[in-house]
Structures are given as structure tokens and as C-alpha cells.
Design a protein around this ligand. Sequence first.
Ligand SMILES: Cc1cc2nc3c(=O)[nH]c(=O)nc-3n(C[C@H](O)[C@H](O)[C@H](O)COP(=O)(O)OP(=O)(O)OC[C@H]3O[C@@H](n4cnc5c(N)ncnc54)[C@H](O)[C@@H]3O)c2cc1C
Length: 311
Amino acid sequence: MKRVLVLGAGTGGTIVANMLTRELDLREWEVAVVDSAEEHHYQPGNLFIPFRLYGYEGREDVARPIRKPLSSKVRFVKGAVRAIDTEARRVECDGERLDYDFLVTALGCRLAPEEVEGLGPALGEGAIHTFYDLDHALAMQEPLARMESGRLVVDIADTPIKCPPAPIEFAFLADSFFRKKGVRDRIQITLVTPYAGAFTKPNTNRVLSQVAQEKGIEVVPNFLLASVDPEGRTIRSYGGEEVPFDLLCIVPPNLGPDVIEESGLGDGAGYCLTDPRTLRHRKAERVYVIGDVANIPTSKAGSVAHFEAET
Ligand SMILES: Cc1cc2nc3c(=O)[nH]c(=O)nc-3n(C[C@H](O)[C@H](O)[C@H](O)COP(=O)(O)OP(=O)(O)OC[C@H]3O[C@@H](n4cnc5c(N)ncnc54)[C@H](O)[C@@H]3O)c2cc1C
């Protein structure tokens, strides 16, 4: 039996594996998927969870058992991918070695708060939060509900990040949330970003900057985050600029998985060296890359992972 091995049962891995069970002759091919997580998360829901909006209130509104979105024709292997040997065409998982004929890496990216001085242990505690994963998004419900005055700072620590529009969407949702609560006039909302404006692309930047201005949201551009001071409640840029906060909603640096770098497949930041025209790995034979883990010049988004899976 030949095997296509898919690493990761997130958006990209699930779509490609399910499609392959329809495209391949399953008398000859096995489609196997490896993932270490208990749950598959619909990550866009994390944006609404902190505000308890549109029915996104609890874990069950975003999470499914990891196996559930996968076709019953897929063999699922639960475990962490520890090493990828592209010469031997073998992947080491917890307690299992899996050989492959073709490999698809769809391991996504991870939050790396430890990359920012002062952020690592402080994230999710006190006044420093994020909505970029489900546990942290849930933990932000209470501080947001409690906030009646002060400075809410939404900060993008570094680029690239998955779903680049999410931080400004969060700022707009916060504006609406506090207006409905009747406390907007006592809360200053600031978007602090490494981009040159409210968003990356010039046209969108122009429109979103105007919308932000109309909503009374301050935008601090070209801010490269160097450190977070949890006690002093200040973020500081490499240029020495400081922005104080009462509640900080931060998007920590996004990096690729360690196993990609450790297996010699990475670009230095954990993203796979990927040919943008073919989605083949640039160095390894029979290895394809989809989703956030690819180092191609496009947004890291579920929609992109979906189109790549269909390619
Ligand atoms: C707040 C937020 C809002 C978003 N909104 C949108 C939106 O509106 N539209 C949109 O298109 N996209 C959105 N996205 C982005 C979208 O969710 C991701 O781009 C998409 O999930 C990427 O799919 P992926 O398959 O590459 O990675 P993921 O879906 O993250 O899946 C990666 C999988 O790999 C597994 N994994 C990682 N490392 C290992 C390992 N070593 N061993 C075993 N398993 C491992 C993980 O457990 C995970 O299941 C949003 C993201 C966030 C955080």
C-alpha cells in the first residue's frame, strides 16, 4: 500500500486529506493524517469569543474533536511530529514511525510570546491578553467585560501573522462593544502596528485608516515591538517609543513549528522553504507544503490554505 502522509489536521490538512480520499484509488493508497491536538479549532471564531458575539461564547462554539472533520476513510494518527527524514521518507511521531510516498506538511504556525522581552510569562495574566488562540480568547472575556475606562491597546508584535486583518477587526469590534456598554467615551482604543498604516495594502489602508479615524481609534504605525513591561503597563518599540495601556491585546510573533527547522526544512523562522508556483518544498523531494507553514508571499489564512489544498 502506498501512503500520502499529511502532517496537521487543521484547515489545510483536513481539506487536502479529505479531497485525496476522493481523488485516489484507496485500494492502492492510504491517506494518513497526524496531529497532536485533541481539538480542531475554527480559529476565526476566536475573534468573537472575547466579546461573546454572534453565538461564539464558549469552547464548544469553536472546537470540535480533532478527528471529526476528517473523512472516515482517512487513517488518523494522534501524536506530535518529532522529526521528518526526507531522505528515508519517514516521519517520527510519538511512539510511531510513519513511512510515506508523498508528504504534505500543513503544520500551521505557532504563537511565540517568548520572543518578546517581558511578554512570555505575562501573556494571559493581569492586563495582557491575546485572542489568537482559543484558551487566551476565552481568558479575555472577563477583563473586557470589566473594563469601564482607560486605554485598550491592540498591538501586532511582528510580521508575518496569520489573518492580518484580525487585529483591526478586533479594534473595530471593541469600539462597538464599548459603545453598546455606554462607556466608549471613557475608553481610548489604540492600534499599534509594525505596518506603515492601519493595514498592509495601500487601498485598504486608506479606507481602514478613515474608518478608524471616524470611530475615534488611534493608529500608531511603524512600531516594531521590543518589549512589554507588565508592571509599568507599557509597550516599547526598538526606536524607544512607548505606548501605555490598561488592557493590552497583543498578537504575539507567529513562527513555524520547531520540527520544521530541526528537520532542516525551514527558512530560519520555522516556515517551510516552498516554491510558490508548485507548493513543492524547495529542497526535499516528494514533499508539498500548504497553509500557514509555507513561506510563500501570500496571506496566512484559512481561505489560502483551502485554495492551496485544491491546487
Ligand atoms: C483570530 C483568528 C482569526 C482568523 N480569521 C480568519 C478568517 O476570517 N479567514 C481566514 O481565511 N483565515 C482566518 N484565520 C487564519 C486561519 O485560521 C489559518 O490561516 C488556518 O487555520 C491555517 O490553516 P493550516 O492548516 O495552515 O494551520 P492550522 O489550521 O493552524 O493547523 C495546524 C495543525 O497542525 C497541528 N500541529 C502543529 N504542530 C504539530 C506537531 N509538531 N505535531 C503534530 N501536529 C502539529 C496543530 O495541532 C494544528 O491542528 C484566523 C486566525 C486567527 C487566529
